[in-house]
Design a protein around this ligand. Sequence first.
Ligand SMILES: [Zn+2]
Length: 272
Amino acid sequence: MPEKPEVITVSKTLEKIIIGKIIKKADVYHDNIIIGDVEKFKKDLVGEKIESITTRGKWIVIFLTTKALIVHLRMEGKFFFRNSSVLKSKHEHVIITFNDNTDMRFNDVRKFGKMACLPKKEVFNIEPLASLGLEYNDKNLTPNYLVSALKQKRIPIKTSLLDQSIITGIGNIYDDEILFLSHINPLRKSNTISLDEANAIIKNTSIILKKAIKMGGTTIKSFTSAEGVHGLFQNELLVHGKKDGLCPICNSKISVIKIGGRSTYFCPNCQK
Ligand SMILES: [Zn+2]
């Protein structure tokens, strides 16, 4: 599943291709991808110009003239760019056609992706973006903030770091890497995390996400952000995905367990 670095990679790709284009029409072939009324979504986009693109958590936020088009790639959503005359393929569920007769096509084999068209001025203050937690680079992300957010939680820290209402942007891959570098066992109860450990989590989140963003994210089998886009961070992963691998610090065998249904990789020696 794309996490913050991959989402940033996609938004940068979109910037290069669609800024300045004007939307001629939008076609929706799978209604569940759209949050809210599908007919209104289609109508609201017509005539709007693509002005700028940013991200909030794992959402891509495309600012238009008066609206904001927000997109969550979820498991496998990606964008294809086609000439409008090219026939639609099976997994293209939303097609946005521009005035220059080019399309931005949302391709999503598993159909978990989400899109909404919201008023531009309020987009960050209404759902689904309103309830998101702090970004990895927000100055308000302090050890005190994190410890207090975890105070009532007895669930594993691995699961809490996936909770987008605390820190937004972390997914399963970077979660494992952050806890490994922080020497924290992924099963640790969230409410037992100390200020020093919270500080390590925040610091390592920033280090890992910044590096991954610089490298274009992680390309894994289910994720290529948009056509022709490949991240390189998969070569930098220390524990995630290293089944039968050895810890790069102590040479112990990497453990793989399920936490909250998510495959979790860690070193039982370094992360006691
Ligand atoms: Zn180790």
